[in-house]
Ligand binder design. Structure first.
Ligand code: IPM
Ligand code: MN
Length: 354
């Protein structure tokens, strides 16, 4: 099969971890006889520095022409500490989501046996937890009208959703639930927000079309609590943009393995696969960052963008093997720590030799 990728390393540790994931991608292409073609493109602070735009038109063109995008991370402290900066790396991410129509962000929350002791939760609460959080990614308050009053002392951000936006993300969430344990939790704040009432109304209309799936409704404040109290009760969770931003960060740490979790953003055009951790600027260039979340994002890419399940499975197997062998970076090492590139080489090598 022909695999045409756009590769966007971005900022901070992005380039190092994307390099490692590409080693596995190449090993898989070789092993399964896929014709791999890829092009690198600029994004984030790196793109601002070089061309003045965090998601340049040339990058968008490369993404549009690709079958999948492998993304590293964006963000740079020099922008975080400057509230007056008019161009920011994050705008590149938002622009990419909007222009590629990436309305669904999918974050699987999985536990790794060897890392359970790193979870902030007691082992018995989190062991075996396995759910998928689906966040609406191109609507709501992050994209609504925003502004200030003339004197600057009043500010607003509008949270807007259309029926179509709600329907398409719920449809995708129901499809995920149908392939999993057939439970969908719709998270909203319908006791207060009108936009949430629209979400719930649409969900209640759609639920009877999925009779084998149990639809559950939960207010976001309650959901924040349930994620840490009973994480095993969730199967698929779906929610609007800002609630999803917050809840998925919360969900990602309960497994004790923030550095290990991948994500997919899907929608109208090319899907994007990226680790959920950020650009970790303190570690940039030091060859110490954990590449596993990006390597697992590549596994998701094979599975979701190309429907190549065996390929994804082999990457997962190689990652599990590296952890079982203790070939891991300093963040999760018990004894000797390996460098980013050593872990990347080991995993690609495992794939090649399999
Ligand atoms: C994420 C990030 C982004 C978001 C930022 C960087 C704009 O936190 O992907 O969750 O809030 O959507
Ligand atoms: Mn976030």
């Amino acid at each position: 099969m022909k695999l045409k990728l756009a590769v966007l390393p971005g900022d901070g540790i992005g380039p190092e971890i994307v390099d490692q994931a590409m080693k596995s991608v190449k090993a898989i292409a070789e092993k399964f006889n896929h014709e791999l073609e890829y092009e690198f493109a600029l994004t984030g602070a790196t793109a601002i520095d070089q061309v003045g735009d965090p998601y340049p038109e040339t990058t968008h063109d490369i993404c549009m022409k690709a079958d999948a995008v492998l993304f590293g991370a964006i963000g740079d402290p020099k922008f975080d500490n400057n509230p007056k900066a008019t161009v920011r790396p994050e705008q590149g991410l938002l622009a990419m989501r909007k222009k590629l129509g990436l309305y669904a962000n999918i974050r699987p929350v999985e536990t790794f046996e060897s890392l359970l002791h790193k979870s902030p939760l007691r082992r018995e609460l989190v062991e075996g937890a396995n759910f998928v959080a689906i966040r609406e990614l191109t609507g709501g308050i992050y994209f609504g009208d925003k502004g200030r009053s003339d004197n600057g002392n009043t500010a607003y951000d509008h949270c807007v959703y259309t029926r179509e936006e709600v329907e398409r993300i719920l449809k995708l969430a129901y499809e995920f639930a149908g392939k999993r344990n057939k439970k969908l939790t719709v998270v909203d704040k319908a006791n207060v927000l009108e936009s949430s009432r629209l979400w719930r109304e649409v969900a209640q209309e759609m639920a009877p079309n999925y009779p084998d799936i149990k639809t559950e409704y939960m207010f976001v404040d309650n959901a924040a609590m349930q994620i840490i109290q009973w994480p095993k009760n969730f199967d698929v969770m779906v929610t609007e943009n800002m609630f999803g931003d917050i809840l998925t960060d919360e969900a990602s740490v309960i497994t004790g393995s923030l550095g290990l979790l991948p994500s997919a953003s899907m929608g109208i055009h090319t899907s994007v696969f990226e680790p959920i951790h950020g650009s970790y600027p303190q570690a940039a260039g030091k060859n110490i960052a954990n590449p596993i979340a990006t390597i697992l994002s590549a596994a998701m890419m094979f599975e979701y963008a190309f429907d190549l399940m065996e390929e994804g499975k082999l990457i997962r197997e190689a990652v599990d093997a590296s952890m079982a062998e203790g070939v891991v970076t300093t963040d999760i090492a018990e004894g000797k720590a390996f460098s980013t590139s050593e872990v990347g080489d080991w995993i690609a090598d495992y794939i090649a030799k399999k």
